[in-house]
Design a protein around this ligand. Structure first.
Ligand SMILES: Cc1ncc(COP(=O)(O)O)c(C=O)c1O
Length: 358
């Protein structure tokens, strides 16, 4: 397997005075999670499929059985396991665009044929289902989507998700839904996922976007037989996720309701600031996100998004993420999971930069 460099993740390692490049919410501190922790517990392996306790918490959030849950090292390992389990060289893999490029990067490295269907900005980032129909064939093994969507913050409707599942189902393909942004929906209602309603579907997610990326804990949720097969693969990838991370993730999921409220307070304040800023600038436009921790405005300057962001970082010390890393040019991803003062300060500097673009 040969991997292409994961452009976004390398980009996000850049040092910046004001970092608005990420796609998550301000993180919790270790001290927020450790009260009353058993300090005598041994630093040993846990169960490689996850503790009953954690599987139970995840199962409860999804309304599924604990046997339909595998605990993993973040959504990242969950996505990897799904791909390693379901895909063979030469299989068709159909992904939405724009997208967070991890899963398609793995599919490409596995030697799959990549097809695409687009979310249409002119249609409020709704999926182009006609294009999906054309992209899917009998050789398609996985149709991949993000819901809630990164970077656009769009949410699928019930009809859209059903249609996607029907198109995939008619071709005998699986629907894989990356649900890493669960809990970030502005209306407080979890975005739709295909499992358990659709038999050939699988969902992946983690505690990262609840405010804790360091535990590196995520999950696969799907039919028991697929979960078992992912577990078999997991013995070869990481053997076990972090047992310490699992303890912390249990705490995060245990305070999920309060965290969702905390995190929405960041997004609500940021979306107001961002909406006004975009409204005041004739070079910018956007479709307001309905979930997630990012805005994804379009700009009309004659400069590529990587160039835009490189120059902005050099000249103003502000990190944004280029649309090119999500498969669409002429866009910037701006983090809304940050304190309002940081966002305002960053946007003032982006204004100064754009003033010099013309
Ligand atoms: C859509 C999506 N999937 C997966 C990930 C990976 O997250 P993690 O492995 O921390 O759960 C991210 C991280 O930004 C993401 O945005």
């Amino acid at each position: 397997m040969k991997f292409d460099e994961f452009g976004l993740e390398r980009w996000l390692l850049r040092e910046a005075e004001i970092d608005l490049g990420g796609g998550g919410v301000s993180k919790l501190a270790l001290g927020d999670l450790v009260a009353g922790l058993d300090l005598n517990q041994l630093l040993k392996y846990g169960r490689t499929d996850g503790s009953d306790y954690l599987k139970g918490l995840v199962a409860e959030w999804y309304g599924v059985e604990p046997g339909q849950v595998l605990i993993t090292s973040g959504t990242s390992e969950a996505n990897l396991l799904v791909n390693l389990t379901l895909l063979e060289r030469g299989d068709g893999y159909v992904t939405e665009v724009p997208m967070y490029e991890q899963t398609v990067g793995v599919a490409r490295a596995l030697g799959c044929r990549i097809g695409e269907f687009h979310l249409l900005e002119e249609n409020r980032w709704r999926p182009d289902l006609e294009e999906l129909k054309e992209a899917v064939s009998s050789g398609t093994r996985i149709v991949f989507l993000d819901n809630p969507q990164n970077p656009t913050g769009a949410l699928l409707t019930e009809t859209e998700l059903r249609t996607i599942c029907e198109i995939a189902g008619d071709a005998g393909a699986w629907v894989h839904c990356d649900n890493a942004l669960r809990g970030s929906e502005m209306d407080g209602v979890p975005g739709l996922v295909p499992f358990p309603d659709w038999e050939r579907s699988v969902v992946t997610g983690s505690v990262s976007k609840l405010g804790a990326t360091s535990p590196r804990i995520g999950w696969v949720v799907g039919p028991e037989e697929l979960v078992e097969r992912c577990w078999v693969a997991k013995d070869y990838t990481t053997l076990g996720h972090s047992r310490l991370g699992e303890v912390l993730a249990g705490r995060v999921l245990g305070m999920r309701g309060a965290l969702v409220e905390r995190n929405l307070a960041y997004s609500r304040a940021s979306l107001e600031i961002l909406g006004k800023w975009i409204g005041d600038n004739p070079h910018l436009s956007w479709v307001e996100p309905r979930a997630g921790f990012t805005g994804f405005p379009r700009y009309d300057y004659d400069i590529g998004s990587v160039d835009f962001c490189e120059k902005l970082l050099d000249e103003e010390g502000v990190l944004l993420s280029p649309g090119a890393f999500f498969g669409v040019e002429g866009h910037l991803r701006i983090c809304t999971g940050v304190p309002a003062d940081a966002l305002e300060k960053g946007l003032r500097r982006v204004d100064a930069f754009m003033g010099r673009l013309g």
